[in-house]
Design a protein. Structure first.
Ligand SMILES: Cc1cc2nc3c(=O)[nH]c(=O)nc-3n(C[C@H](O)[C@H](O)[C@H](O)COP(=O)(O)O)c2cc1C
Length: 157
């Protein structure tokens, strides 16, 4: 069973609804288990077990939320192997953000940190501070796309 880790933070619920929609999209494909984790609860073990990852955050002061940054801070060093390099290199990844002005700065911060982890970022969705049906659809499709990429990366086309 392939595991997909969805890590997110949400205070007023928009990013959380996006996370649920991505989960729904992933689960449209058979053979996937979703580990849905609030960032403060997400662990190194969750990340090590994952064949793909989705990361979501509200835009806070043009950056990701502190708990999401903390998740990255806690897991970065233990994922560096002297022999194999970054253990998350090429891990299929999608990103999702929400913000009063559209969530783009937070997305940029997630993209930058994804480079340090060497994730393979294959898509993203940004939302305003009010959730709508169109965003819901985009998130479901993003989840489907992530599952498809993981399937391809495992050679199960
Ligand atoms: C502390 C704080 C800082 C924020 N800073 C920004 C910001 O810099 N840019 C922006 O567009 N929205 C900003 N917002 C608005 C949130 O990003 C927005 O309400 C978002 O939709 C919240 O997501 P959530 O419902 O998942 O908590 C801020 C909100 C808070 C609480």
């Amino acid at each position: 069973m392939n595991k997909i880790l969805i890590v997110y933070y949400s205070q007023s619920g928009v990013v959380e609804r996006m996370a649920f929609a991505i989960k729904e999209g992933v689960e449209k494909t058979n053979g996937f288990e979703v580990l849905l984790r609030k960032a403060e609860e997400a662990s190194l073990e969750d990340l090590k077990a994952a064949s793909g990852i989705a990361v979501g955050t509200p835009d806070y002061f043009d950056y990701m939320a502190g708990t999401v940054k903390d998740f990255f801070d806690r897991t970065f060093y233990p994922l560096q192997s002297k022999i194999r390099g970054s253990l998350t290199a090429n891990l299929p990844c999608v990103l999702f953000t929400s913000g009063g002005t559209g969530g783009e700065p937070a997305l940029a911060s997630l993209k930058k940190i994804s480079m340090a982890f060497r994730f393979k970022v294959i898509g993203s969705v940004t939302s305003g501070a009010r959730f709508d049906e169109e965003i819901l659809e985009k998130c479901i499709l993003l989840g489907e796309k992530l599952a498809e990429e993981v399937r391809k990366s495992k050679g199960n086309t």
